[in-house]
Design a protein around this ligand. Structure first.
Ligand SMILES: [Zn+2]
Length: 78
């Protein structure tokens, strides 16, 4: 955390917790951000705008970022 010289000038935007998400509905990557209550990450698919919510478990104390995938709902049926 103490990195004088390398620290960006906008600490607020950097500190915002977010999650990398693979939206399976559109096969695109995007980010969702922690809600104000800190209980979940919420956001929308950048393409279709489908809302997504990922609950935050108490064990995951913000140790790094994880890539989540949305549930495989829209699988191609052949
Ligand atoms: Zn989508």
């Amino acid at each position: 955390m103490d990195a004088p010289g390398n620290a960006p000038k906008s600490p607020q935007s950097q500190r915002r917790p977010h999650l990398g998400i693979h939206f399976r509905c559109c096969h695109v990557y995007g980010y969702i951000y922690k809600n104000k209550d800190g209980t979940a990450y919420s956001g929308r698919c950048p393409r279709c705008g489908k809302p997504l919510k990922v609950k935050i478990s108490k064990d995951g104390s913000g140790s790094g970022q994880r890539i989540f995938q949305t549930e495989p709902r829209l699988r191609p049926v052949q």
